[in-house]
Design a protein around this ligand. Structure first.
Ligand SMILES: [Zn+2]
Length: 442
């Protein structure tokens, strides 16, 4: 199905100038939104017409910080109790990622990507770790992304915690992946240079990474000031705060993503804004790890582009958005503050961030934009217009079912059924086997 017309639905374009389009049909051709016009304008065109009357059409959602590799942790109860964030890392994530094997990397990504399709997320910016199976890991993740039919930006999160040789493997994995992406342009797959965090990378490693980032001229993706301990460690050992230290190595540029930023001071926020980098907030993860709540209102006030990620807690961006709003109310100690700042993370800034890697129009429905479109079963019971649409997204659409997911014009799910050339039951069965084996090794 190379060319078809979607008609009858109300379109939320995620374009601030014209956010709600009524009585408009979408001509999808060769993976793009070719034309937006009334259905009558297409009367002489011969192609399939798909009626989505009574539904909402929106751009495929974007998750700007994720970890496919953590999928097999669901239900794992063996981690020791943790009294702070560093113990969470030591008792759970750094025990788990050391045990991941090549097939775990693949199946974790595939399960997560299929769940994303079900929840209407079509673009994921991922941050992968599997220190004892680093080589080739991004290709294993990429295979799953291709099979699920979505788009992803991949990177490997380098750290010094497993020694110099493994750090070097991580550098090589990022380098090789970015070279592959540059040599084989693929609209589904992109790459950034990944690092775990400033507190797990010494100056020698940051120096080596900086050389690669400079020669590849690429963006970076790193956890920054997720917990207060990241700041404390960098000040104690290097005499610098996190953003200042990374910036001194030239590791923050206009294509960089700093995840979390819970403990940044205004000076650091201004430096991020000046570099044109993005901060991606992950409110559910921050609440779960009890590290604090990012001051998104302050970041926005200081000119930072703040995006929204899930840090692998879930892949449901609308749920993350809601929690982000409640958390910001609490942070500001004012239930009327933060609405626009948080709504814009998903509806405006995630598209802007993804456009740095995928190009203009990504994350919106406009003529020439990629045909990444979701159909949501939502018939508004109050007026839905240019003034109210964001409120409908947060308070109404977030509770509705995603009926259909389209990525690059390809229908991945229709009426709640996956239309992919895969055996989902067999994949789930294999995932349970691999998870049980992983938990035994844990
Ligand atoms: Zn993360």
């Amino acid at each position: 199905m190379n060319r078809y017309i979607l008609h009858g639905g109300l379109i939320l374009s995620f374009d601030a100038a014209n956010p709600v389009l009524t009585d408009m049909a979408i001509l999808v051709e060769d993976g793009k939104v070719r034309q937006l016009a009334s259905l009558d304008a297409f009367s002489s065109m011969e192609c399939e017409r798909i009626d989505v009357d009574g539904k909402i059409l929106m751009p495929g959602l974007i998750n700007a910080h994720h970890h496919f590799y953590s999928t097999l942790v669901t239900g794992l109860g063996k981690a020791a109790p943790s009294k702070d964030f560093n113990e969470v890392l030591n008792n759970l994530w750094w025990r788990l990622d050391k045990k991941l094997l090549a097939e775990d990397n693949y199946i974790s990504a595939l399960i997560s990507a299929l769940t994303a399709v079900r929840k209407g997320t079509t673009t994921i910016i991922d941050h992968h770790a599997s220190p004892f199976s680093a080589k080739g890991s991004l290709h294993q993740v990429a295979t799953a992304v291709k099979e699920a039919g979505i788009r992803a930006s991949l990177c490997y999160e380098i750290s010094d915690r497993d020694g110099e040789a493994i750090c070097q493997e991580g550098i090589e994995e990022n380098t090789e992946w970015i070279i592959t992406c540059n040599a084989n342009p693929d609209e589904q797959l992109k790459g950034l240079f990944g690092m775990h965090a400033a507190f797990t990378l010494g100056d020698k490693s940051l120096g080596k990474i900086a050389e690669q980032v400079q020669s590849l001229n690429c963006g970076t993706h790193i956890h920054a000031a997720e917990a207060e301990s990241d700041q404390r460690y960098n000040i104690e050992h290097y005499g610098k705060r996190v953003v200042e230290r990374l910036n001194d190595f030239g590791l923050i540029n206009a294509n960089s993503i700093l995840a979390h930023g819970v403990h940044l001071n205004p000076k650091e926020m201004m430096l991020v804004a000046e570099k044109g980098a993005a901060i991606v907030t992950n409110p559910q993860s921050n609440l779960n790890n009890a590290v604090g709540i990012a001051d998104v209102c302050k970041m926005v006030e200081l000119g930072v582009t703040v995006g929204l990620g899930t840090d692998a807690m879930i892949v449901n961006m609308l749920e993350e958005l809601r929690v982000g709003l409640w958390a910001q109310h609490l942070k500001q100690n004012d239930p009327s503050k933060g609405f626009m700042e948080i709504a814009n993370t998903l509806l405006k800034n995630n598209p802007a961030i993804a456009q740095k890697y995928w190009g203009a129009g990504h994350g919106t429905i406009a003529e020439g934009s990629p045909a990444d479109i979701i159909v949501v079963d939502y018939d508004p019971h109050t007026p839905l217009d240019a003034n109210t649409w964001m409120g409908h997204v947060i308070f109404g659409l977030s509770q509705a079912r995603v009926d259909a997911t389209i990525c690059a014009g390809k229908v991945l799910m229709w009426d709640g059924e996956l239309l992919l050339d895969i055996d989902e039951q067999a994949i789930k069965a294999r995932s349970r086997e691999l998870a049980a084996a992983l938990w035994d090794r844990f």
